[in-house]
Design a protein around this ligand. Structure first.
Ligand code: SIN
Length: 311
């Protein structure tokens, strides 16, 4: 007998979607990560007919996301996906580092079933909270036949984990697929596929099994007018393992910053060049420091951590 695989598991990690304020008109002076994932589901009666399970994996403001929580989350996602009755996963998350968690899960797991991150820009107590609609939409995406991979569903749009960035500090449609097409739109609960579900090969949980406190330390340094090498020297002195240079334009660097980065590289620190521009790749040219392709600085940092974990 075939087991129906229509169960959607909702994993809660906190964020504004679970945030509360003292008054309904307060959209910024709230505290994130107050409500449980079960509370969030209770606020969406339209999901009553679906087979859902909820699990609280963490309860934090995503500005404080850390390696240990990523390890736990990746393990929980893998465990749930291995159940034949589970058709997909939804992860409720804060918006601030959502693109980092999405990219991390994409690179580690590259799941064959859909893993849909969602969030909200307004707390649950707001006059017009966006969380319930986003959660409803995310469940529709996670239950879509043929859906796969790690995606982000927010404000009616479905983004690829590799592309998505938070591009606005306040608006409810705060996320963009900056350098590519949307994967899909969600319209009145219907998922309209526009592109392709993300695919790829995950590195696997073994890659991230090292105790979180011993993960490589990779920091981001930015080029800007007057950028010097002092920050790089200080980070080297603090024992950094890798550096992502958020360069200007095509990852260009001031003479002083580049010289400090090259010294760091010669001293055994891994150095990659990315761009502080909001979209677009860095091109590799002979003689330049290695480029991070189209990865934003924060995603390049994750890629470098995963690379160093494999060395
Ligand atoms: C957070 O990232 O946890 C707080 C901000 C948000 O979710 O919008």
């Amino acid at each position: 007998m075939q087991i129906p695989s229509d169960l959607i598991v909702i994993l809660g990690t906190g964020g504004t979607i679970a945030g509360t304020a003292k008054t309904a008109s307060d959209g910024v002076g709230y505290t994130a990560a107050q409500l449980s994932v079960a509370d969030l589901l209770a606020a969406v009666p339209a999901l009553a007919g679906r087979r859902l399970e909820a699990q609280q994996v963490a309860q934090l403001d995503s500005k404080d996301m850390d390696f240990l929580t990523w390890q736990r989350l990746a393990g929980a996602v893998q465990q749930q996906l291995a159940r034949p009755e589970v058709g997909g996963i939804v992860i409720t998350h804060g918006t601030d580092t959502l693109e980092e968690t999405a990219y991390f899960l994409h690179r580690v797991l590259a799941p064959a079933k859909p893993v849909v991150l969602t969030a909200a820009m307004r707390p649950a107590t707001a006059l017009a909270p966006d969380g319930p609609q986003n959660l409803f939409d995310a469940v529709q995406v996670a239950g879509t036949p043929g859906a796969a991979g790690v995606v982000v569903a927010l404000a009616g749009r479905v983004h690829d984990a590799a592309q998505v960035r938070k591009t606005h500090s306040y608006r409810v449609d705060a996320f963009e697929s900056v350098d590519g097409a949307l994967v899909a739109r969600v319209e009145e609960g219907a998922v309209r596929l526009l592109g392709r579900w993300p695919a790829g090969e995950g590195l696997g949980l073994a890659r991230i099994s090292r105790p979180a406190e011993r993960w490589p330390r990779v920091e981001i340094v930015m080029n800007h007018a007057g950028a010097g090498g002092t920050v790089v020297q200080a980070l080297r002195a603090a024992g950094v393992d890798g550096l992502i240079a958020a360069g200007t334009g095509n990852g260009t660097l001031s003479v002083a910053l580049e010289s400090a980065l090259r010294e760091a590289q010669a001293g055994g620190v891994k150095v990659w060049r990315s761009t502080r521009c909001d979209a677009g790749p860095v091109m590799d040219l002979p003689g330049l420091l290695p480029g991070a392709g189209a990865l934003s600085p924060v995603k390049a940092r994750i890629e470098m951590i995963l690379t160093l974990l494999g060395e």
